[in-house]
Design a protein around this ligand. Structure first.
Ligand code: 6PG
Length: 482
């Protein structure tokens, strides 16, 4: 008699913790792992004394599952997901559900969803955020895929998910790749938040603050509108000391950042959809630049910058940085939601933006008070076209803007790179511009390629061409927009 409510394949750190979390909530979970010895290690280790059922083969694993069978994969994104789908399909029946809980690319999820459905089964691609701690005690879960599957996993997912103001940080996102798309965007925003914090740190360093002093500043910031998980861990990181050398831990860590790809995918998707996700783009490129360590070290001996030191009031400047960070963060989230809207239109997803903000409000890496504001903004009857136009955010940016500009000016004067702060400001100035210099750009395109232009004094949609040199013909290039 099958007993397990759900089965999980992949007993790495996220898998083990999620299984224990499900067990704590009264669900019976069957587990399997490619290296089978890991199953026994888990049963005699972390899972000792629980109701978790260990399986030593796919057959045994599937036989332990109640109908419809729910098979969750928490394996490495990419080929291993396809491989396990192939392995389990022959053992499943119509109506059974395969769930991919890894950081899969949404294009893969769209493809897999179609494939699995074509085999009479249901598919879910779900984002799971919050790292090890989140998986164990309440992650943010962002499921999408076959709509009929939701009713069969809802109780389990919402029970184990984090709660924000009593509501589960998990809800149905949309069809096929929607869940993984939203998780990807979450990660892109995570890249942006992290880069903004790093720029704040870099400026604090440039004005002579010690890591311990910075930690105090972050501790204070965490009590106000910036209250968030990433500010909180930064506070703790800056206070930590290296047991080997006694130095601040942050000072002994090499300044070169890794990335697994979700930020890059966010940037690629933004480019494909023509959405100006400038801050996340800069955050990805900042990691790329950091990875060129040897080249930077060599260049640092040859390329000179300004020889200025900071002369102002440090406490005031730190407050300016806080405001610059807040304003830039607003821009980043406004851009993130612009991308989600574009994706919803492109892929036909009916995304609930307030629901997404709630899912991100707790459990995940970008969790913050701030997301409560975004949830409120999208819970109103009339949906804002852009977060920047919502009164709360409009006024927050207005209040922070002088400080934000001072910070960017100071960074430029000191030669400290602040790509996220400054690109956010450039976006703000661009977005609020009735007129941009693209008139000249369009003239250039028309000059060298007869690409035509629209006129300010004629209705939109009418295209004109000028024979700029007097030697061109009147044939124009076809008009299309990439
Ligand atoms: C989360 C994290 C998680 C992971 C990222 C890190 O939401 O729990 O985003 O998914 O930490 O994969 O991404 P990078 O390795 O690209 O920084």
């Amino acid at each position: 008699m099958p007993q397990a409510d759900i089965g999980l394949i992949g007993l790495a750190v996220m898998g083990q913790n999620l299984v224990l979390n499900m067990n704590d909530h009264g669900f019976t979970v069957a587990v399997f792992n490619r290296t089978v010895s890991k199953v026994d290690d888990f049963l005699t280790g972390g899972a000792k004394g629980t109701n978790i059922i260990g399986a030593h083969s796919i057959e045994e694993f599937v036989a332990a599952l109640k109908h419809p069978r729910r098979v969750m994969l928490l394996v490495k994104a990419g080929q291993p997901v396809d491989a396990f789908i192939e392995k389990v399909i022959p053992h499943l029946e119509a109506g059974d559900i395969i769930i991919d809980g890894g950081n899969s690319n949404y294009n893969d999820t769209i493809r897999r969803c179609e494939y699995v459905e074509s085999r009479g089964l249901l598919y879910i691609g779900t984002g799971v955020s919050g790292g090890e701690e989140g998986a164990r005690h309440g992650p943010s879960i962002m499921p999408g895929g076959s709509p009929d599957a939701w009713q069969h996993v809802k109780d389990i997912f919402q029970a184990v998910a984090a709660k924000a103001d009593g509501a589960p940080c998990c809800d149905w996102v949309g069809e096929n790749g929607a869940g993984h798309y939203v998780k990807m965007t979450h990660n892109g925003i995570e890249y942006g938040d992290m880069q903004l914090i790093c720029e704040a740190y870099s400026l604090m360093k440039a004005v002579g603050m010690t890591p311990a002093e910075m930690s105090e500043a972050f501790a204070e910031w965490n009590t106000g509108e910036l209250d968030s998980y990433l500010i909180e861990i930064t506070r703790d990181i800056l206070a930590a000391r290296d047991p080997e050398t006694g130095q601040a831990m942050v000072d002994v860590i090499l300044d070169t950042a890794g990335q697994k790809g979700t930020g890059k995918w966010t940037g690629i998707s933004a480019l494909e959809m023509g959405m100006p996700l400038t801050l996340i783009g800069e955050a990805v490129f900042a990691r790329c630049l950091s990875a060129l360590k040897d080249e930077r070290v060599a260049a640092s001996e040859k390329l000179r910058g300004p020889k200025r030191t900071f002369k102002g009031d440090r406490a005031k400047f730190v407050e300016d940085i806080r405001q610059a960070l807040y304003a830039s963060k607003i821009i980043s989230y406004a851009q993130g939601f612009m991308l989600l809207r574009a994706a919803a239109a492109e892929y036909g997803w009916n995304l609930n933006y307030g629901g997404i903000a709630l899912m991100w409000r707790g459990g995940c890496i970008i969790r913050s008070q701030f997301l409560g504001r975004i949830k409120d903004a999208y819970s109103k009857k009339t949906q804002p076209t852009n977060l920047l136009l919502v009164p709360y955010f409009r006024s927050a940016v207005r209040k922070a803007q002088s400080a934000w500009r001072r910070v960017v000016v100071q960074a430029v004067r000191l030669g400290v790179p602040v790509p996220a702060f400054s690109s956010a400001l450039a976006f703000y100035d661009g977005y609020r511009s009735e007129r941009l210099p693209a008139n000249l750009l369009q003239a250039q395109r028309d000059y060298f390629g007869a690409h035509t232009y629209e006129r300010t004094d004629k209705p939109r949609g009418e295209f004109f061409h000028t024979d700029w040199t007097g030697t061109g013909g009147d044939t124009t290039a076809s008009t299309y927009t990439a």
